[in-house]
Ligand binder design. Structure first.
Ligand code: ZN
Length: 182
């Protein structure tokens, strides 16, 4: 084996370790890391003490559009966009960097899993790349939020300005609360 391929293999192992520690599922690892499935399985088992869950990822775009996940997903994708546009981050490294920053902003409760897992965050980026999801500005707070790219998002109001438990703040919020209760 040449010196160069030894170096790149060490980098791939390092990448796999970091991804597994951040919670990556096997499908993500197989897509992003140039190591055989057998080696990835072995690394996963070594680090986690258990085999990775089997099967394909069940994620659809719907999850990212529900109330609380939408707020977390929007935060993550804004960080990711910033790193791509202003910090020269690319590919899986941009996803990892953005994910770590997301965890700093939204640390999970002790003993709890983060609401947005690394694998979901990675899936979110792929939904953006395939133009299934997009960003739109909230009419009220001007923040940018994840929306279905195929919807007409005119007059969009985000989940924070339209928080279900804060009915009565504005007429629109009252209307939304009434709709939810109906
Ligand atoms: Zn808003």
């Amino acid at each position: 084996m040449s010196k160069k391929s030894v170096v790149s293999e060490a980098q791939e192992i390092q990448l796999a370790i970091e991804l597994i520690q951040l919670g990556a599922r096997l499908q993500l690892l197989e897509t992003e890391v140039s190591l055989s499935r057998e080696r990835l399985l072995k690394l996963y088992k070594e680090l986690k003490g258990v085999s990775p869950p089997k099967g394909m990822l069940p994620f659809s775009t719907d999850w990212f559009l529900t109330w609380q996940p939408n707020i977390h997903s929007s935060l993550f994708i804004n960080i990711h966009k910033f790193l791509i546009e202003h910090a020269g981050a690319t590919g899986i490294h941009a996803v990892m960097k953005a994910y770590k920053l997301y965890l700093e902003q939204m640390p999970p409760e002790p003993g709890e899993e983060p609401l947005l897992s690394l694998t979901r965050a990675w899936t979110l980026v792929r939904f953006f790349q395939s133009d299934m999801l997009g960003l739109t500005s909230c009419e009220e707070c001007k923040g940018k939020f994840v929306v279905n790219a195929l919807d007409l998002n005119q007059g969009y109001r985000c989940g924070l300005c339209h928080m279900p438990s804060r009915a009565g703040k504005t007429r629109k919020a009252r209307d939304a609360a009434a709709l939810q209760a109906a």
